[in-house]
Write a new protein. Structure first.
Lengths: 343, 328
C-alpha cells in the first residue's frame, strides 16, 4: 500500500501527464466529465459520477475509421491510425470498471474490434473507491464492491490522502513511474479497511441496493418479452437517447459517411441508441416499429439477452446515471422492480 | 394533493374522463414520473410535489389519439404550452379536461446536488428554504439556488387555460416570492459580450452536447412527426457531432424552428443531462421578437396569429440585420 498526500496530487498528475495522456474527471460549467487533463484544467475527484462514464476513453462517442479522397481520377483510402500512445484513466468507480468488462466481452471477442483493442492495450485504469455512495447507486445488485473497485491500480481518497494499491503489471509499472510521489505506508491498510467498512455500511442502506433479479434468466426470455407490462412502462419515455449515452455499458454504434467536401469522405462510427427511430433500420425497413418495442429492447438486452450470451453477466452495473438523468424519471430499476414482481 | 386524487377519482367515476395524466411517485422522493392512470385504484401512487417539474402538455398529442377525454394536471406555465399546441392543431381542447394546479416553484435535483448535497431522499419547499433529508443527515438550501431556472423568471400563477383550479386562486399574480427577475437579464449579458467571447461561451456550452435529443423530444414546440435530424438522407444526422460546429447547427436550427412558438417553458434546460442553458437561445429569439414585432407571449391564447406567421406594414425590414450587425 502506498500513499500520496492530497495536496501533492497535482504534482503527481503533472508528472504522469508528461509521459502519457492522462484522463481525469474535469469540472467545466458546473458539470464533471472525463477529459484530457492539462495543468490548466480543474480536476474534480469529489463528484461521485461523471455525467458520461469513462467509456469515451476506450470507445469514443464518435471516431473516424478511414478517409477516402479522389484525386486525378484516383481514389485513395487513408485508414485511421490505431491508438499507439499509452494513457491513464484516473478515478474510475467500481461500476465503471466493471462496465469495461462488459465492453471487453463485446469488442474483444471474435471479430476483435481493432480500435477498441488498441485503446485497451494502451490504457491503464486507476480506480477509486466511492467515498459517499449516492441514493441512485445500485451496484450491489450486480456483486460490485465500490469499496474495492479493482482495475490496474485501486485507490481510496480520504480527507488528506490518496491510498494507492497496484493490482496488475500495468498498475505496477505506473506505480514505479510515479514512485517519487508515492510513499510506502504501514498504517494504510488499517485506514483503508475503515473506509471500506464505512462504504459497505452505506451501500447496505441504499434505497436501491436490494433488488430481486431472480426472474431475469434465459429460460424466462419469452415470458418477459411478452409481458403486458412493457406497454404500461414505456409510455412516459420521450424516445431520447440520454439513458444510452450516459450508460457505461451501452455499446451499440452506427457507421456513417461524412461528406467533407473537397477533402473527400470520412467514414466514422458513432454511438447509436436503441431508443432512436432509425435504430436497426435496414433496406427493407425497420423491424421495431414502436417506441414500446425499442424500450423493451434496451432492457431485455441489459437483463436477458446479454447475460444469456455472457455466462450470466448482466450488462447493467448499477451506476445509476440513467436514474438521475432520465427526463421522464424512467430507469432500469423501475423495470427490474415491475417485471421482477416487486412493484 | 389528496384533493387532486379525490377529484380525479370523481371525474373517472362519472365518466367525464377516461384516463388521468399526472405524476407517479418514484423510488427516491425527487423522481416522480409522468404517468397515465386508467383506474381509480392506480391513483394511490399519484403525487404532486415540487419535484413535478415535467410539463405534461406534450403527452397530450399522444393522449389525444386515444378514445375519450384525458384529464391532465397543468401548472400555470404548462398551460401556455397547452394553448400553443391547440393553436398548432396538435392537441384538441375538447379531448382534454384540465385541472390547473397551484405552484410555488419546482426544484432542480441537479442544482441540489451541485450545492454539494449527496444522497437526497426527500426535499420539502418551505418559503424561501428547502429542507433536505439525505443519507448523510438533514441539510438545507436556499430555494433560489435550487429552483429550476424557469421558476426564477416565473410567468406568474395564472393558468391561461383550465376547466377548474385546485390549490390555486384565479388571477393570482407574480412568481414565488421576490424571485421573478428580468427574464432577459442573462440574454443581455451575452449580447453585451464581444462576439469572440460570446462565441466562446456557446462553444464551451454546446461542445458538451451528447446529442441525446432530450431537449428536442421534450419540447412542446418540437412536434414534427419526423424531425429533419432523424432523416437518414440528411448529412447532419441525429446522433453524432461530425465536428465542433455540428452540435451548434442542431441547436441553432432547433431554436430557429421554435422561434415565435416557444413559450419559454424551460423544459429543454430542465432535461439536458449536461445542463446546457439551452433556454437562453430561445429567450434571445423571444427578446428579438418582442423588440421587432411588439411584446408577444406564445401560448397566451389559442387564436391570435404569431408574430412570424402574420404580416403587418409595421413589421421590421430585413435591413435590420445589417444595422444591428454594425453594417457588416
Amino acid at each position: 500500500m502506498y500513499r500520496v498526500k492530497k495536496d501533492r496530487l497535482t504534482e503527481l498528475f503533472t508528472s504522469v501527464s508528461k509521459v502519457q495522456d492522462l484522463f481525469l474527471p474535469l469540472r467545466k460549467c458546473d458539470q464533471t466529465n472525463y477529459g484530457l487533463w492539462t495543468p490548466e484544467e480543474t480536476f474534480d475527484l469529489d463528484t461521485l459520477k461523471t455525467v458520461k462514464s469513462a467509456k469515451d476513453c476506450f470507445f469514443p462517442q464518435s471516431e473516424v475509421l478511414y478517409r477516402c479522397r479522389k484525386e486525378d481520377g484516383k481514389i485513395s483510402i487513408d485508414p485511421q491510425q490505431l491508438c499507439d500512445r499509452p494513457f491513464v484513466v484516473f478515478g474510475m468507480r467500481a461500476c465503471d470498471v466493471k462496465a469495461v468488462e462488459v465492453l471487453d466481452r463485446v469488442f474483444l471477442s471474435d471479430p476483435v474490434d481493432s480500435f477498441y483493442k488498441a485503446r485497451r492495450e494502451h490504457g491503464t485504469i486507476v480506480s477509486m473507491a466511492c467515498h459517499e455512495p449516492e441514493e441512485t447507486c445500485f451496484c450491489r445488485n450486480f456483486e460490485i464492491d465500490p469499496a474495492a473497485p479493482g482495475a490496474d491500480v485501486e485507490t481510496w481518497l480520504t480527507e488528506d490522502s490518496l491510498y494507492w494499491k497496484p493490482l496488475t503489471e500495468k498498475g505496477e509499472a505506473l506505480t514505479a513511474a510515479a514512485e517519487e510521489f508515492l510513499e510506502k505506508t504501514e498504517d494504510g491498510d488499517k485506514t483503508v479497511e475503515e473506509e471500506q467498512t464505512a462504504i459497505r455500511g452505506i451501500v447496505e442502506k441504499l434505497p436501491l441496493s436490494h433488488l430481486d433479479l431472480s426472474r431475469f434468466k434465459q429460460e424466462n426470455t419469452m415470458e418477459l418479452f411478452d409481458s403486458p407490462l412493457w406497454e404500461e412502462m414505456y409510455k412516459p419515455c420521450l424516445a431520447c437517447g440520454t439513458c444510452t449515452f450516459v450508460c457505461p455499458t451501452c455499446q451499440c454504434y452506427d457507421i456513417r459517411d461524412f461528406d467533407a467536401g473537397k477533402n473527400g469522405v470520412q467514414r466514422y462510427r458513432c454511438w447509436d441508441s436503441c431508443m432512436y427511430s432509425d435504430f436497426t433500420m435496414m433496406a427493407h425497413g425497420n423491424m421495431r416499429t414502436s417506441q414500446m418495442q425499442r424500450f423493451r429492447q434496451r432492457f431485455m438486452h441489459k437483463l436477458v439477452y446479454y447475460p444469456a450470451n455472457n455466462d450470466g453477466l448482466y450488462s447493467c452495473v448499477g451506476c445509476g446515471r440513467c436514474v438521475s438523468k432520465c427526463p421522464a424519471s424512467l430507469n432500469i430499476v423501475k423495470v427490474i422492480k415491475k417485471l421482477g414482481g416487486e412493484a | 394533493m389528496q384533493e387532486l386524487i379525490t377529484r380525479a377519482k370523481e371525474l373517472l367515476a362519472d365518466g367525464t374522463v377516461s384516463r388521468v395524466l399526472g405524476w407517479k411517485k418514484g423510488d427516491l422522493g425527487w423522481d416522480p414520473e409522468p404517468a397515465y392512470f386508467d383506474k381509480a385504484e392506480e391513483l394511490e401512487n399519484f403525487i404532486y410535489n415540487p419535484f413535478c417539474g415535467a410539463n405534461l402538455s406534450k403527452y397530450l398529442i399522444a393522449a389525444g389519439k386515444l378514445e375519450g377525454t384525458t384529464l391532465v394536471f397543468l401548472k400555470p406555465c404548462d398551460t401556455y404550452s397547452f394553448n400553443q399546441l391547440v393553436k398548432e392543431h396538435r392537441v384538441k381542447k375538447d379531448k382534454t379536461y384540465i385541472i390547473g394546479v397551484g405552484c410555488h416553484g419546482t426544484l432542480d435535483p441537479e442544482k441540489i446536488r451541485n450545492t454539494g448535497v449527496k444522497g437526497i431522499a426527500d426535499a420539502v419547499l418551505e418559503g424561501d428554504r428547502v429542507r433536505l433529508n439525505t443519507l448523510y443527515g438533514d441539510k438545507e438550501a436556499a430555494a433560489a439556488e435550487v429552483l429550476l431556472d424557469r421558476c426564477l423568471v416565473c410567468k406568474g400563477k395564472t393558468h391561461v387555460v383550465c376547466d377548474e383550479l385546485i390549490g390555486a386562486e384565479p388571477g393570482e399574480e407574480a412568481g414565488p416570492g421576490e424571485l421573478a427577475v428580468n427574464r432577459f437579464a442573462q440574454v443581455e449579458e451575452l449580447e453585451n459580450l464581444p462576439p469572440e467571447e460570446r462565441f466562446a461561451f456557446w462553444q464551451e456550452q454546446l461542445s458538451r452536447c451528447i446529442r441525446c435529443n432530450a431537449c428536442r423530444n421534450v419540447c412542446p414546440a418540437c412536434s414534427c412527426l419526423k424531425c429533419v435530424f432523424d432523416s437518414s438522407q440528411f448529412d447532419s444526422n441525429q446522433k453524432a457531432n461530425a465536428d465542433t460546429f455540428e452540435e451548434q447547427m442542431f441547436h441553432i436550427i432547433r431554436a430557429f424552428h421554435v422561434a415565435g412558438r416557444c413559450t419559454d417553458c424551460g423544459e429543454c434546460s430542465r432535461v439536458c443531462p449536461e445542463s446546457i442553458p439551452l433556454h437562453l437561445l430561445n429567450r434571445k429569439f423571444i427578446k428579438d421578437i418582442d423588440t421587432f414585432y411588439g411584446e408577444y407571449q406564445a401560448g397566451a391564447d389559442t387564436e391570435s396569429k404569431g408574430p412570424l406567421t402574420d404580416f403587418t406594414f409595421e413589421d421590421v425590414e430585413p435591413g435590420i440585420i445589417a444595422e444591428r450587425g454594425g453594417g457588416r
